[in-house]
Write a protein that binds this ligand. Structure first.
Ligand code: COA
Length: 383
């Protein structure tokens, strides 16, 4: 299954041979979320009554479950813990402090998703020679979370972390599949443990409903090594374009700044949602059409479009622009109602949960998009 490159080196066909998902069992429905937020807003308004009356602080308005569903398509989200989140005076999760000798939280999530992906691929962890932890946040800067995962799995080779917002997983697929194609890596594991509940601002009604926690895992290897049903990676395309419309200022220099460790709003997830919607829909639609064009394909050739899960209306619109018609049921799978936005895990989650029924030769495209801005698309062929 290999061919010679123009310089005479062997080139291999990369394939996705297994995927896995870990979704935490605890759930918060829109109604529960809104109830706790509204308690918080009432408590906040009472605490700051004098400043609000003096016009120095803005009163918080109530959130609404109807608004959330209508604006985003989200009905509930899975979370690692409800503890702390539903406390109106706290409004962020409470995680147990772990010792340095215990697996970190991201590693623990990754191991669960990885076990499923490796089992589906029929690959032993010891055969993996590249681990990429690709997510929009890392639990720490070093040692790399991916290297901890590599050790816990008993994987070989090397590992590195990659942060490209919600496009982290697809950019990692491009990196890993290029390495498999040129022979420097044989079997790769990409994990995307997203603890979105740790960085969302639960005290802001504009965004408190957006995210949920999840982790996905993808096994990539040479197609010739595949032991079961798999998807050939025909090509990948990544693009980035700087924007401040999705931003988080909680970097490692925080302690050194004049306001030090202050709990500032911009330390959590901040977005101009309406602007993101308007700018990203054309960006992503053109990106997908450009990718297909360069492959000599029409959109009609795709039987599935697994899009990033951020907003249902947005995905319906991208689907219409790419396909030139309303997407048929199941053509652009929507998982938002159950899982909300799981950041970089979202598009892989859609791929994992709705690639059944595809026949050999059928084409599909995974496309993620988000902070950066960043877009990553992966064209797959069912083998
Ligand atoms: N409950 C009730 N009302 C709310 C609310 C809530 N939870 N949140 C906001 N509102 C209000 C706003 O204050 C605003 O009121 P106004 O008209 O009086 O100013 C109104 O509802 C509309 O708010 P807006 O933010 O413009 O809503 P929207 O239709 O744009 O939906 C998003 C918001 C975030 C769902 C949507 O913009 C979106 O999904 N954008 C893309 C995000 C994205 O893809 N991000 C990538 C991240 S990885």
């Amino acid at each position: 299954m290999w061919k010679q490159s123009s310089k005479g080196r062997a080139m291999y066909q990369p394939a996705i041979t297994g995927t896995g998902v870990f979704v935490p069992p605890e759930v918060i429905t829109n109604e529960e979320l809104v109830e706790s937020y509204n308690w918080h807003a009432d408590w906040f308004n009472a605490e700051h009554a004098a400043e609000i009356a003096a016009g120095k602080v803005e009163a918080k308005e109530h959130s609404s479950a109807e608004f959330i569903f209508k604006a985003s398509g989200i009905m509930q989200r899975h979370v690692l813990t409800r503890d702390g989140l539903m406390d109106p005076e706290r409004m962020y999760p409470r995680f147990r402090q772990r010792s340095d000798d215990e697996p970190c939280l991201m590693a623990e999530m990754a191991l669960k998703a990885a076990a499923e992906a490796l089992a589906k691929a029929g690959v032993a962890a010891t055969e993996i020679d590249l681990v990429i932890c690709a997510a929009s946040n890392m639990e720490r800067a070093y040692p790399a979370v991916s290297i901890e995962i590599q050790k816990l799995l008993g994987a070989k080779g090397f590992a590195f972390d990659m942060m490209v917002g919600c496009s982290s997983a697809t950019v990692a697929v491009q990196a890993a599949s290029d390495m498999i194609r040129n022979g420097s890596v044989r079997k790769a594991l990409i994990v995307s443990p997203e603890i979105t509940t740790g960085h969302i601002e639960w005290r802001d009604r504009d965004c408190h409903f957006i995210f949920g926690d999840a982790c996905t895992a993808v096994v990539l290897e040479r197609a010739e090594a595949a032991q079961g049903p798999h998807f050939l990676i025909r090509s990948c395309r990544c693009a980035t374009e700087f924007s401040n419309n999705i931003r988080n200022n909680n970097g490692f220099l925080r302690r050194n700044r004049p306001d030090g460790m202050a709990d500032r709003r911009d330390m959590q997830f901040v977005q101009e949602g309406r602007r993101v919607f308007k700018e990203v829909v054309p960006l992503v639609s053109a990106h997908i059409l450009g990718h297909l064009h360069d492959e000599g394909l029409e959109a009609a050739a795709l039987s599935r479009l697994w899009l990033h899960q951020a907003n249902k209306a947005m995905n319906d619109m991208i689907g219409r622009r790419v396909l030139g018609r309303d997407p048929r049921p199941g053509e652009t799978p929507n998982l938002l109602q159950e899982y909300a936005n799981t950041s970089s895990a979202g598009a892989i989650l859609a791929f994992d949960m709705s690639s059944d029924g595809m026949e050999p030769g059928d084409l599909g495209l995974i496309c993620s998009y988000g902070a950066g801005y960043s877009v990553g698309s992966v064209l797959l062929e069912r083998a």
